[in-house]
Write a protein that binds this ligand. Sequence first.
Ligand SMILES: NC(=O)C1=CN([C@@H]2O[C@H](COP(=O)(O)OP(=O)(O)OC[C@H]3O[C@@H](n4cnc5c(N)ncnc54)[C@H](OP(=O)(O)O)[C@@H]3O)[C@@H](O)[C@H]2O)C=CC1
Ligand SMILES: CC(=O)N[C@@H](CCC(=O)OP(=O)(O)O)C(=O)O
Length: 323
Amino acid sequence: MVISNKRIGIVGARGHTGAELIRLVAAHPSLELAYVSSRELNGQRVEDHVEAYRGDLRYSSPAHEELPALAADVVVLALPNGKASACVEAFDAAGQDPLIVDLSADYRFDDRWYYGLPELTRHKWRGEKRISNPGCYATAIQLAVAPLKDLLAAPPVCFGVSGYSGAGTTPSDKNDPEKLRDNLMPYSLTGHMHEKEASRHLGLPVEFMPHVAPHFRGLTVTTNLYLSRALKREDVLARFQQAYAGEKLVRVLDEAPWVSKIAGRHHAEIGGFALSADGKRVVVVSTLDNLLKGAATQAMQNINRAIGVDEYTSIPTGQEAHA
Ligand SMILES: NC(=O)C1=CN([C@@H]2O[C@H](COP(=O)(O)OP(=O)(O)OC[C@H]3O[C@@H](n4cnc5c(N)ncnc54)[C@H](OP(=O)(O)O)[C@@H]3O)[C@@H](O)[C@H]2O)C=CC1
Ligand SMILES: CC(=O)N[C@@H](CCC(=O)OP(=O)(O)O)C(=O)O
């Protein structure tokens, strides 16, 4: 049986996450790029900006209302927060129902959209064609808390440190290498979007304190968990190993993972598992590349499942680093 390729459009493809998606699509046997949009790069050749792509496609800058006519089977919205709904409305108005994967936070609280963190929500997918891709820190938090969720005596407290690519390409203090040099920049210390997102999807309150650091990509979340009964370290480790057994994109380590080792890699790492002397407090460290497992790779997992191919198609799942 010949299965024809699906056509995919990326809206907001100049950004960091859009570029990572182009790389993943370039390596995909059943997807081909229909369009990649950017106002700033309009007319320029994609292969001049993304080395992994070889072909004649150029960036274009269609208005939202013009997107349906481009007839992609899959549409990824990689726009800043607050900008996705205008695109979604354009498809609704045209009576078109492509698979839409939104990378922004805009639909993470909308029950009509599937929240795609496959390792935790795979079983909840009911064939929805609208998928909300989780936030980067929110992914690391949920992966670190979920295996001990039933034993918590207090809200998890999470200290996050992200590389500055997490702040996108629109200039701000949080992606200004000069202001970040020799610095650690705290921000949104209560009420960050990912605090709300992780709380909602874990079904328990989470406390989150984010910071940006001078490195470009990769984030660390160090999570303090108070337990309702004492555990031994081997019990904690066994819970995590069992929770993520067979998962190709979540690795459970004995030691605490280092962010320098996760940059350019597609999986998340969870480790540390330091216990207090009374066995009722455990500290777990999770790392992931915010642009990959925190965005583009997770989107590709979601797209693969929705188009009916193996979830890991085009995603390097071994030890190899991203080119
Ligand atoms: N960076 C990260 O680590 C993560 C990001 N995300 C989310 O993914 C989305 C994309 O992030 P990222 O790639 O970092 O963002 P960037 O800031 O790097 O890119 C945003 C893209 O949107 C386009 N754009 C910017 N402003 C507008 C506008 N007003 N209208 C239409 N297009 C616009 C830009 O292209 P142009 O201006 O040329 O049109 C660019 O292609 C965001 O919602 C972000 O929150 C999610 C997880 C992790
Ligand atoms: C360092 C930095 O600024 N990180 C971003 C999170 C990136 C992300 O996951 O974005 P969305 O939830 O917006 O999709 C932030 O804290 O807003």
